[in-house]
Design a binder for this molecule. Sequence first.
Ligand code: PIT
Length: 335
Amino acid sequence: MFSVFLSPGSTLTFEDLVPVLYQEGRYQGDPVTLGIGGFGRVELMTTLSHGKYYAVKRVSKKHIVSKRQEEHILFEKEILKAIQSDFIIRLHAAFKDTRYIYMVMEFCSGGEIWTKLKEVGRFEESIAVFCTACVVEAYSYLHKKNIMYRDLKPENLMLDVKGYVKLIDFGFAKEMVRGDKTYSFVGTPEYIAPEIIKNQGHDFAVDFWSLGILIFELLAGSPPFSSSEPQRIYAKILDGVLKFPPYMSEAAKSIISKLCRPRPGQRLGNTKNGIKDVRHHRWFSNINWHKLRMRQIDAPTIRLIRKGPCYINFDRFPYDQTKADEEFSGWDRDF
Ligand code: PIT
């Protein structure tokens, strides 16, 4: 077992981590799974010594090699290691063995925004404003470091114990020189900007497009351009016609329209004043940005968070007993 320590003074070792088990219900006695994705699974773990909780992402090395994701996963770890923001998930440590790589991350006990949105249908405006403001802070931090995020959606937003929002999943993030463009086709169909679909090259502006889509989805419960077939979604995105439900406020419609402008150079956040213009839009007039950064605002999202066992705000997933094959090619030397 190799281990990497990322926080000086911390004594977290892989052997210290033990799984947290469901205390009741259908899966009683099984390890708690917080999420499953194409990438692997995230499990809830704790230490017997200090009792803190961690979300541990585990990915099969064989799977990474078969999907040619070696570079990607190494980069994901390097990015997460370099990031220190209250609005982005923290990576505490990274480990590997012969079968898996593990990323030990901060546990956000409030659960996914996506789960909450499904529960209540759509968010009240004050909740949507607060969640989006947290994302703006995360973007501001990332863009200052020349990192595009490229995968904004409710599934990638977690609530911490205070109801503050944190960005997770840096699988599509990319470091970019200012002024450069990249041509990779990435993202989730409903959130993809028109210039990506048209393969015209894209940059930081795609993050502002997706911010507009997110605001719409938080307020309406579903994104503005949707269909069961990705091709139909892309056609709607290229048409660019936003149809707002009658209950949406004028300020909300205004900020969404400005973020979802087809031409990247005209998009709010991507003109000469940069992200400042987003912060100054009237939809955010009740947000004190300084207080938000200081975590001195009472988060309206707290109403969405349930009290109970530490996994109560998460969907439950069956345990997967199968063990991945071993993998020895050595691509993970630097992990
Ligand atoms: C959870 C709960 C939690 C953290 C996470 C998931 C983190 C997931 C994650 C996944 C990634 C990544 C960063 C974070 O790059 O507290 O359900 O692929």
